[in-house]
Write a protein that binds this ligand. Structure first.
Ligand code: FAD
Ligand code: NAD
Length: 470
């Protein structure tokens, strides 16, 4: 039996859900195929649980900086219970209802391409269902944690983002491999929730190595003060775990071995393309699905295949996947109707400019656009200005010992911002102002008239512009 829909979406994460929503709004029929839980990685094992675990840790740090307030030890059981509530007890009934309300059809099973416009779904109870698409198939299968080939690591059954965000208890001693976003957020969450010894093993020379260097430095300082042991330029050479679930020993490129109760691998992600049938449509099977700005897969005859979210490797962030999903759903509907398909909203043109991102640590690390180094490498004539956030009245009022820094990267030829980074408590909500300025290419002379309220942290905008010379 074959069911025909205008659009078939494989993967019900944030990116896939947005494609279906927009395609249906555009007058098409859609079906979403999901192997596990509607809502995707983000809802159950990534953004939502990680932030539920981090929020009390961040709040406790903020309270400790305000004289007159008492911090009490965090009730870890209550935090884990709230995390469980945030992930709806790993039950996707609410999300499935939302999909059906779009309305789009929902099929639970593992989808794979089987030639042009044809998807075979392996059903959970056995058997298959064949779906065919009149207009488009959209891959929205996300990504999976990659575990490096360190001898003994895989056998030690390390935690990845899945296990750490779903942890039923906090390990006494935790070793974290990797100093990127997952490593930093989860090291701080577990440490703040009661890990006695947290050791970060970072191959490179700093934390968050894709951001402005000062951001990682500030974070490393905060981690050290809170008792997290950050070891830079330290590779993991061999791992031993003689008893399943017992102590783990990590042998390092320098220094004595680290012994821990759990090891978290946070060394990046790879696209979820295994078994997806890419070879049946002539695409390579071991890399992100390359797309153009309309999210259409390159190199597929007749242009019926699209890919959104983590699986295309452009920007591994929920909000960017959703943004791509909106553009993709709209462009598919336009092409199906034979209407104009080149409207600005139908292109994910912000993908290449450096996505907005908040790292929800204490201090928060927020960035959008290009770093100074990336802007110079791209050939822009650049001037960068920095400002000490602690000197802004609004920041001072947030607490004693406030530490933070802001940096703006200016395109000297056009007088617009190429990138902005804020590192400091209370800066997450400030990031969107920077996103508007960078993506909107607001001339600095115009930005001068966007007067920040006193006394808010936003006043750093005024100080950055003054430092630049306005
Ligand atoms: C610990 C952690 C924290 C994060 N925190 C943030 C954050 O705070 N903010 C942020 O913006 N980003 C965050 N991210 C990144 C974010 O989770 C991803 O960018 C986002 O989930 C990608 O969405 P997606 O729809 O592309 O894929 P996913 O959310 O991964 O969804 C893909 C879906 O496809 C399904 N699927 C896969 N293969 C098949 C198949 N063959 N058939 C059927 N279904 C299939 C999967 O089961 C899954 O449900 C975090 C990531 C991690 C690991
Ligand atoms: N708040 C957020 O926005 C948020 C939170 C978590 C994750 N995410 C997204 O999820 C994605 C994955 O996060 P991540 O932290 O796993 O990846 P990442 O790419 O941010 O960091 C991985 C780190 O591991 C290091 N590394 C790679 N291979 C290694 C090896 N063999 N040994 C030691 N170190 C190694 C890298 O140098 C890098 O510092 C990111 O792209 C991020 O955008 C976002």
């Amino acid at each position: 039996m074959s069911d025909e829909y205008d659009v078939i979406v494989i993967g019900a994460g944030p990116a896939g859900e947005n494609v279906a929503d927009r395609a249906v709004r555009g007058g098409l029929s859609a079906v979403i195929v999901e192997e596990r839980l509607a809502g995707g990685e983000c809802s159950y094992w990534a953004c939502i649980p990680s932030k539920a675990l981090l929020r009390p840790v961040e709040l406790a740090a903020e309270v400790s900086r305000v004289p007159g307030l008492e911090t009490t030890p965090i009730d870890t059981r209550a935090v884990l219970a709230r995390r469980d509530e945030a992930v709806s007890g790993y039950d996707d009934a609410g999300q499935v209802r939302w999909v059906e309300s779009v309305p789009a059809a929902f099929v639970r099973g593992r989808g794979r391409l089987d030639g042009p416009r044809r998807v075979v779904v392996d059903l959970p109870g056995g058997g298959e269902r064949v779906l065919t698409a009149r207009h488009a198939v959209v891959l929205a299968t996300g990504s999976v944690a990659s575990v490096p080939p360190v001898p003994g690591l895989r056998e030690a059954k390390p935690w990845t983002s899945h296990e750490v965000t779903a942890a039923a208890s906090v390990p006494g001693r935790l070793a974290v491999i990797g100093g990127g976003v997952v490593g930093c957020e989860m090291a701080q969450a577990m440490h703040g929730l009661g890990a006695r010894r947290t050791t970060m093993l970072v191959r490179g020379g700093g934390l968050l190595d894709r951001m402005e260097p000062f951001a990682g430095e500030l974070l490393a300082e905060s981690f050290k003060e809170s008792g997290i042991d950050v070891r830079l330029r330290t590779g993991v050479e061999r791992v031993e775990r003689p008893e399943p679930g017992g102590e783990v020993t990590l042998h390092l490129s320098q220094g004595p071995p680290v012994v821990a109760d759990e090891v978290l691998v946070a060394t990046g992600r790879k696209p979820a393309v295994r078994g997806l049938g890419l070879e049946t449509v002539g695409l390579p099977q071991d890399r992100p699905v390359e797309v153009d700005d309309s999210l259409r897969a390159t190199g597929v005859a007749d242009g019926w295949l699209y890919a959104v979210g983590d699986v295309n490797g452009r920007n591994l962030l929920t909000h960017m996947g959703k943004y791509q999903g909106r553009a993709c759903g709209d462009v598919i509907a336009a092409r199906a109707a034979g209407a104009r398909d080149d409207l600005p909203a139908m292109r994910a043109s912000a993908d290449g400019a450096g996505p907005p991102q908040v790292v929800f640590t204490d201090p928060q690390i927020c960035s959008v656009g290009r770093t100074e180094a990336a802007a110079r490498e791209a050939g822009f004539r650049v001037r960068a200005v920095e400002y000490d956030l602690a000197s802004v009245s609004g920041a001072y009022l947030l607490g004693d010992g406030y530490r933070g820094r802001a940096k703006a990267v200016v395109d000297e030829d056009r007088g617009v911002l190429l990138g902005v980074t804020f590192a400091g408590p209370g800066t997450a909500e400030l990031l969107h102002s920077a996103t508007v300025a960078v993506i909107g290419e607001v001339p600095l002379e115009r930005l001068w008239h966007a007067v920040p309220s006193f006394p808010t942290v936003s006043e750093v905008w005024l100080r950055l512009l003054e430092t630049y010379g306005l």
